[in-house]
Design a protein around this ligand. Sequence first.
Ligand code: KG4
Length: 338
Amino acid sequence: MITILGIESSCDDTSAAVIRDGVILSNIVAGQLVHEKYGGVVPELASRAHQQNIIPVVHDALKQAGITKEELSAVAFTRGPGLLGSLLVGTSFAKGFSSALDIPMIEVNHLQAHVLAHFIKENVEDTNQPPFPFLCLLVSGGNSQIILVKSYFDMKIIGQTIDDAAGEAFDKCAKVMGLGYPGGPIVDQLANAGNPNRFKFSKPNIAGYDYSFSGLKTSFLYFLRDGLKNGPDFVEKNKEDLCASLQKTIVDVLMNKLLQATKDLKIKEVTIAGGVSANSGLRDAFVEYSQKYGWKIHIPKFAYTTDNAAMVAITGYYKYLDGEFCGKDIAPFARVSI
Ligand code: KG4
């Protein structure tokens, strides 16, 4: 029996999870409301909140899993990418914990973990995992990538954003509309009541499978500026249609490149990961494309889309099987590729 404790502290969520032989036993996430009034994550405040949260979160994860810490086989932690101060909290905790219990430590790449979230089993009978090879659209606040996944640790980025990520496009456009932070979920909610075909925004024209979202952000900003000339309540009066049209544009851009990749590589197993994969427009598009193009799609549970330690624990589990442990001299990385 292999029991892994996962620790995630790369940004503003402190999370701990326990996975036993690939099956989830617990996944506790403590968010940080302290950033809301700043309209974005404040790194120093995030590190401090992680310090406060980490012990209770780990305690709760063990309790909910119904195990003692002595039953753990190893502790897996996010090494990067992320905010350095935040990563240091999880890394230092993992070092102390593994030393005290005399169990191995496993470093986890946060982006790989998002992809491997698809392998978390809800119970021993759960066989809903994607077969290799598959394509994964990884879309979050910091990344927009199309990844070719050949095996658990053989992943290749075949396309990525050359500037802003899809989540950033949602968040920044929400900010100029005066909506809260993070803007993605708010845009999603308002879009449900709006007309996605009312407004047209320019789409990027980038070669290959790469993305670009900074032009959309600028065109959205100019569009609002022109609209406001017709009256100061332009945004308020049209926010549902603005959100629906913006969401449709982002989803179309993401899906067009993904479709091209599936055709070129002749791969029909398609998955989605990262915070933006919680978006209902994107999820609907996945279902629509699966019907239209015969894709076999895998959409993770909401709890495994945004930052969570379950994905860290499952990655740790597969590394444990490969005997891939790290030393106590390990340091976190703010920037690292998949
Ligand atoms: O993966 P994640 O939790 O954090 C990292 O970036 O690592 O992703 C956060 C991003 C934010 O930009 C947030 O606005 C976006 O995911 N997001 C959404 C939705 N839920 C979260 N964007 C659009 N629609 C959503 N429902």
